[in-house]
Ligand binder design. Structure first.
Ligand SMILES: Cc1cc2nc3c(=O)[nH]c(=O)nc-3n(C[C@H](O)[C@H](O)[C@H](O)COP(=O)(O)O)c2cc1C
Length: 131
């Protein structure tokens, strides 16, 4: 089985609240468990950054669904690669809302989601959350 991971960023289209994020994460959790996809997602009120990882075919299918979703636009893949092991193995789809200026607590939560991730992945999420 070929494992693959993608990290992308995108921009919300309409109002997208914390509650919308919770609902989206619940849906992702369900779909991703069924396809053995793991990852994490953060949302700062304007932009999303998401890491998805799993079997290559499952990831391509998931990405095709994500691209078609009109709740966000301007989807830009910032990293796509084959991997030997998962960076977020124990999560279906962990997700967090971060403030425009995340406090120490929010930063700690992101660090916790990514505690097994490679340093470049942690850097990408950290730089996103400090945009
Ligand atoms: C920011 C964002 C992230 C998403 N991430 C996932 C995901 O990880 N897995 C997934 O199945 N769908 C994800 N979606 C949702 C898909 O775009 C799509 O709505 C969903 O897969 C449809 O599932 P359903 O046909 O079971 O309702 C995401 C959507 C957005 C806007």
């Amino acid at each position: 089985m070929n494992l693959k991971s993608i990290i992308y960023i995108s921009t919300k289209v309409h109002n997208f609240s914390k509650d919308d994020l919770e609902a989206l994460l619940a849906r992702c959790e369900e779909n991703n468990r069924a396809s053995n996809i793991t990852g994490c997602l953060i949302y700062n009120g304007m932009n999303f950054m998401q890491l998805i990882e799993g079997d290559e075919e499952a990831i391509d299918a998931c990405m095709a669904r994500i691209l078609k979703d009109d709740r966000h636009s301007g989807i830009v893949t910032i990293r796509e690669k084959n991997i030997d092991s998962r960076e977020c193995p124990e999560w279906g789809m962990a997700g967090r809302h971060v403030s425009a200026q995340p406090d120490t607590d929010e930063r700690a939560q992101i660090a916790e989601m990514l505690e097994n991730a490679a340093s470049d992945t942690r850097r990408l999420f950290d730089s996103f959350s400090s945009l």
